[in-house]
Each structure stands twice: as structure tokens, then as C-alpha cells.
Design a protein around this ligand. Sequence first.
Ligand SMILES: [Zn+2]
Length: 179
Amino acid sequence: MSWLRSSPAFFVRCVETVLSPCCGKCLRVIGSRKRKLLINTGEAKLLVIRRLRCKSCRQIHHELPDCIVPYKRYESVCVEQVVSESQQASDVAADNATLYRWRRWFREQTTYLLGCLSSISIRYHQEPAETSSSSLRSTHQRIGRYVGDAPGWLARIVRPIVNANYWLHTRSAFLSRRP
Ligand SMILES: [Zn+2]
């Protein structure tokens, strides 16, 4: 399994207080780049993503706004809507192959993502919210233990997992699948 190491996307709300995922040192803004992000209608909006450099090892990182899921062209709320288990139809204007790929991606990553959340919560001594144990059947409920199940949960799991350097490149995840 290949970890995302070379140039991880990195969420930064405030560069002054967020430390680099590589060394835990300060980050310095060194520029920006543009990135297109598709919204539910299929239209693109343009984001300006800041480039940041670790003051210790000089590795380059890119900030990751809440609306982005790494390696996905659509914004986070669209992906969340499609992979959610609710019966509600999504209004995302994407072709069926894309929708299918997202659902498969999420199904395949569920155990891994839950493992990441568990390991992060142990690292920071944050016990997940207590729930009656027998009711944790759906993926949504299990993720909700860590980040709450209100809309926006996908964005809420992406940020800590990326910052912990656990986010997998989707292609690598595919390559590591057993045939
Ligand atoms: Zn560093």
C-alpha cells in the first residue's frame, strides 16, 4: 500500500497555528495554484489553493479546503450525498460511471477510514461518543461516532485523516486490492 507522501494536500485554516504533517513544524505560505472543483450542477468553480512549505524539511504542501476530497473532481458535499446510504436520490450531475466509482471507493475504504479515525482518536486520547453498541450497524452511524452524523461528515473525516498523512491515493488503493 502506498501512502500519500510526496506532496500531500493539507488542510490549513490558519497557517500560523497549524503545523506541518511531515515534521510538526511551522508552515510558510510560498504561493498558490488554481484548482477547478465541480459543483452538483456539473459546473466548475475555481479555487485558489495556497502552497505551503515546511520550515524544517522544506517539503511542499497544499492546503485542502473543507470542500475538497483529495483526488475527487467534485466538491465534498456531492460525493457525500452519493455515498450516503440514505434512499434519497442525489441531484449531482455526474455520469453513472462516476457515481458508481464513488460508491465503490467508499465501500472499499470504509474499514480503512474507520481504522484511521480510531487510530487518530487514540493518538489524541479522544474517545468516540458512546452509543448503544448493538445499534452501530450502518457505516454512517459508525463514522458518526467520531465526527457526528450531520451533513458535512465527509469533510469532517477528510481533514484529520489527510493531516495524519493517512489518506490513500485511490489508484494505489485499487492496485493493492486482491484480484
Ligand atoms: Zn517537514
